[in-house]
Design a protein around this ligand. Structure first.
Ligand code: NAP
Length: 252
């Protein structure tokens, strides 16, 4: 049995991507902090295909020790695809940002993603048909005002993942690494970034995709041989691209 791991599957892009991979007949390992939402997702997957296995892990991935424990707890599963989707943003100027929130954001968006990617690469680089998809953002290629620190975390995700993709290709590895870079998407993202109870997208945010549309783009990226799947911030068109950041090989 092969599995697709999705972190941050309790809402938004991760939730819809889990349903999209289930519709493709993929067994799932879904992770986040909220048990109830993951349970609901598991029931929805059973409605799509009752033969699929869905493994739930409730974990706070902003705590380093939990990240290692989470990976170790999955040793017995054969993991075909690993999706590091869990992440959050923050809208504030650098001088005014809440540093407790920022610390968690750095731990989750950067540290957890790096540790999980590294462990997965270590174990699966030579396994045919495997993929790692890291969720960055349009803000991983363009700095957005009042979201400088969040964008910097996503620049990291994009650079790390593009670099990993180049490194794997250069080593002749079977594993493919890819970056998904959404623009505004209707999820819990905005309310978490702004610390609000709720946010209306329709009629307020000029352009955005639904989480279901983003999950469709996730599958397009999964099916392609390209490294980057990015939503154009002007047209909201989804584009599949070769690595965007410059890359040089070292002469030894
Ligand atoms: P979302 O609805 O808020 O989903 C975020 C997911 O991450 C949730 O499942 C959440 O679950 C999980 N998560 C948050 N903190 C966590 C922690 N400490 N440990 C484990 N899981 C945690 O937002 P989304 O838009 O779908 O976000 C998914 C990814 O897309 C993020 O990386 C985000 O940066 C990126 N993105 C979003 C947008 C957008 O406009 N929505 C645009 C560009 C990029 P729990 O709260 O249950 O833990």
């Amino acid at each position: 049995m092969k599995y697709t791991v999705i972190t941050g599957a309790s809402s938004g892009i991760g939730y819809e991507s889990a349903l999209a991979f289930a519709a493709r007949g993929k067994n799932l390992i879904i992770a986040a902090r909220r048990m109830e939402e993951l349970d609901t997702l598991k029931s929805k997957v059973a409605e799509i295909n009752a033969d699929l296995d869905v493994v739930i892990r409730t974990v706070d991935l902003s705590v380093t020790a939990n990240v290692y424990e989470f990976y170790e707890s999955l040793r017995k599963y054969q993991i075909e695809t690993w999706i590091n989707n869990a992440g959050f943003g923050n809208f504030a100027s650098v001088g005014e940002q809440n540093l407790n929130k920022i610390e968690s954001m750095l731990h989750l968006n950067i540290e957890a993603l790096t540790i999980l990617s590294s462990l997965y690469v270590r174990d699966y680089a030579q396994v045919a048909g495997t993929q790692i998809i890291n969720v960055s953002s349009g803000g991983g290629y363009l700095i957005v005002a009042d979201a400088v620190t969040y964008c910097a975390t996503k620049f990291y995700v994009s650079a790390f993942t593009e670099g990993l993709a180049q490194e794997l290709k250069g080593n002749g590895a079977s594993l493919q690494a890819k970056v998904l870079a959404p623009a505004a998407t209707e999820t819990e993202f905005a309310k978490r970034a702004l610390d609000l109870d709720d946010i209306q997208y329709e009629g307020v945010i000029p352009k955005y995709h639904t989480a279901k549309e983003m999950a469709g783009f996730m599958l397009e990226l999964y099916d392609s041989d390209k490294v980057v799947g990015i939503v154009d911030g002007e047209t909201y068109e989804f584009q599949l691209k070769d690595p965007i950041y410059p890359y040089v090989t070292r002469t030894r």
